[in-house]
Design a protein around this ligand. Structure first.
Ligand code: PLP
Length: 257
């Protein structure tokens, strides 16, 4: 019987399918990895913005996670929107026990402007979850909020100090003709430059972080995984489509003709 590598996504549900778990599911399939999912929070949102967040209860979440990983152990874990600090101890415990690559995408604010993380959540993220991350993928604003630093290199240094093994600070939300994504690891740093597209896409951070996690699950070395994930995500954004009047959505899977 053929086995397939599993990517466990612990993230929020976006009913539009542009971001969150559905973004992770599509990305996992695009990379030939099988996705399993545990929902942290439901959301009320459309293609413009997030309007409300409904986190799962601590006990329901813990049980779903425990039962799942005991039966379908993942080759990597991706953590996206968490929604409540009460869920962090269970996530940190699973990461500690499974000893597989962990990609943490610290989702703090929706691109439409809604806050998605309280100060209590950010504090627990810093203390309990980021130290377990093989790779953290904040955008520059999130990196600043997590560290209190201003310059990308100072943010990265603080995140590495917290215990992240590598930090990818994305520049998609910044200004300028070029998008600069910067990777810092204990071994050195890398810069990935690309032409800025006319428009971003809803769920691009989820897409990039789950692409990194899918490649790590397949055993691709970190720098190579990040390079390939960035190239693939930029293509998905460039080919993005607009389902309604709001933001564009990335094109992660080729539509059937
Ligand atoms: N909803 C969910 C469930 C998410 O995970 C995210 C981002 O990760 C968002 C909404 C916001 O997505 P974006 O900032 O790309 O619009």
């Amino acid at each position: 019987m053929k086995t397939r590598t599993i990517l466990l996504s612990i993230a929020g549900h976006d009913p539009t399918g542009g971001a969150g778990l559905q973004a992770d599911i599509e990305t996992a399939h695009a990379f030939g990895v099988y996705p399993t999912t545990v929902v942290t929070a439901l959301t009320a949102q459309d293609s413009h913005n997030v309007y409300a967040l409904f986190p799962q209860s601590q006990e329901a979440f813990r049980q779903q996670l425990e039962v799942l990983v005991a039966d379908l152990p993942p080759g990597a874990i991706k953590v996206g929107l968490i929604g409540s600090e009460k869920l962090i101890p269970s996530i940190a415990e699973i990461c500690r026990r499974l000893k597989v690559p962990v990609v943490v995408d610290p989702v703090l604010e929706a691109s439409g402007g809604t806050e998605l993380a309280s100060e209590a959540l950010i504090e627990k993220l810093r203390r309990e979850l980021l130290p377990k991350a093989t790779l953290a993928t904040p955008n520059l604003q999130e990196a600043r909020r997590l560290t209190g630093e201003e310059r990308p290199e100072a943010c990265a240094a603080k995140l590495l100090e917290l215990g992240c093994r590598a930090v990818l600070i994305t520049g998609g939300d910044e200004e300028g003709d070029e998008v600069i994504d910067q990777l810092w690891t204990e071994e050195g740093d890398w810069c990935f430059r690309g032409e800025r597209l006319a428009e971003g896409a809803h769920g691009s951070g989820c897409t990039l972080s789950s692409a990194c996690a899918a490649l790590l699950a397949r055993g691709v070395p970190l720098v190579e995984a990040v390079r390939e994930a960035i190239g693939w995500t930029r293509r998905a954004i460039a080919e993005g489509w607009r389902p309604s009047k709001g933001q564009k959505f990335p094109q992660r899977l080729a539509p059937r003709p």
